[in-house]
Design a protein around this ligand. Structure first.
Ligand code: ACO
Length: 333
């Protein structure tokens, strides 16, 4: 049986920065409020002509170069995004594939909001273990600034743009294998976090509505409470299921939505500060891109070494959630 190995990571962050000070000139908020309630100081914003696929392709290019796998060997590309280049079609994955010069591969998007990267990781694992594919490029890429209402202080302070990517490939060595992935969803909570207009369920005539009606809306406080409960249960379940202690986790990589949520989950697991990866301060919430961007951060700081165990944990619109136990298994040691 083939196993799935997490070979490499890459990320891209646009150069323009939107600080809390900048936001306090746009809506009734302050650096103090945002820092205290979220831990966010700044977020990066893509240029007007810079699309989700541009960021995804740049992150993917780095992940491919670091993987030691020739790009002609890549047989599938899956992109997690809730801010695709185009509504409905074509998928952002197919555009990224073309930008990378990848021909005749399977390519598609998935929509699982902030859990998107854990979902695409689970898809890659399943395709590889079934023997259908050998080298899969997974991407989380978001231009959330395009679907953010910059007059709504409850959401605009949270979100940023960016992309992260990883190469997952087949191995016969069980020690290199992704250990386990759990994913879940509950549409009962769909209204906590949604873009209510623009789709077939829209109350508006989709041909005449304004672009602004496709912005994200969130019941932040209710989402916060469900997030803490779900994220904590999620990681406890996957650790127990695999008989792994939290002390064995080298890097806990949670979705970067809010510092208070991450701290609550870390405390419940009795994690040490050095086990918890934090990027929320500088990138804000980049939804499906947040986990691979955070993994890339520790990789580029030289803190992620071959064989080290990562615990990924995500939660987002849908509602969706997921966790994964992933050893870092580069081909180039
Ligand atoms: N600046 C100043 N005051 C504000 C701001 C702001 N930016 N936003 C809200 N407030 C006010 C509210 O109006 C409210 O005022 P009131 O007491 O007079 O009514 C007060 O602050 C408290 O508001 P809450 O919404 O209760 O604030 P909370 O502490 O919950 O923080 C936040 C809000 C940061 C949004 C938090 O609830 C949160 O992080 N929620 C979870 C986000 C999340 O995890 N989402 C899932 C992933 S995202 C995805 O899937 C795309």
């Amino acid at each position: 049986m083939a196993y799935a190995a997490f070979r490499s990571i890459g990320a891209y962050v646009p150069s323009s920065i939107l600080t809390n000070e900048d936001l306090s000139k746009m809506v009734d908020t302050s650096d103090e409020w945002i820092t205290k309630r979220t831990g966010i100081k700044e977020r990066h914003i893509a240029a007007k002509d810079e699309f989700t696929s541009d960021m995804g392709a740049k992150a993917a290019q780095i992940a491919i170069e670091r993987s030691g796998i020739d790009k002609t060997q890549i047989d599938m590309l899956v992109c997690a995004t809730i801010s695709p280049d185009y509504f409905c079609m074509p998928s952002t994955a197919t555009i990224i594939a073309t930008k990378l010069g990848l021909k005749n591969i399977t390519a598609f998007d998935i929509s699982a909001a902030c859990t998107g990267f854990v979902y695409v990781l689970s898809i890659a694992k399943a395709f590889i273990e079934s023997g259908m594919k050998k080298n899969i490029l997974i991407i989380g890429a978001e231009k959330l600034s395009a679907i953010t209402d910059y007059t709504d202080r409850g959401t605009c302070i949270l979100f940023g743009d960016g992309a992260g990517a990883a190469v997952i490939s087949a191995t016969n060595n069980k020690d290199e294998a992704i250990i386990d992935i759990h994913t879940g969803a509950d549409g009962e909570y769909a209204d906590l976090l949604m873009t209510p207009n623009g789709g077939s369920g829209s109350a508006h005539d989709s041909l005449t509505q304004e672009a602004s009606s496709c912005f994200m809306q969130m019941k932040g406080n209710e989402t916060f409470k469900v997030a803490v409960k779900t994220l904590t249960k999620d990681v406890i379940d996957i650790l127990e299921h695999n008989n792994i202690q939290s002390s064995q986790i080298k890097h806990f990589v949670p979705h970067q939505a809010n510092l208070r949520i991450i701290k609550a989950v870390g405390d419940a697991l009795k994690l040490q500060d050095e086990q918890v990866v934090l990027t929320v301060e500088k990138y804000g919430n980049t939804s499906g891109a947040s986990i691979p961007m955070a993994i890339n951060d520790i990789y580029e700081k030289g803190e992620l070494k071959a064989g080290e165990l990562m615990l990924l944990d995500a939660f987002g619109g849908g509602l969706t959630w997921g966790s994964a136990l992933v050893p870092f298994s580069p081909l180039k040691k």
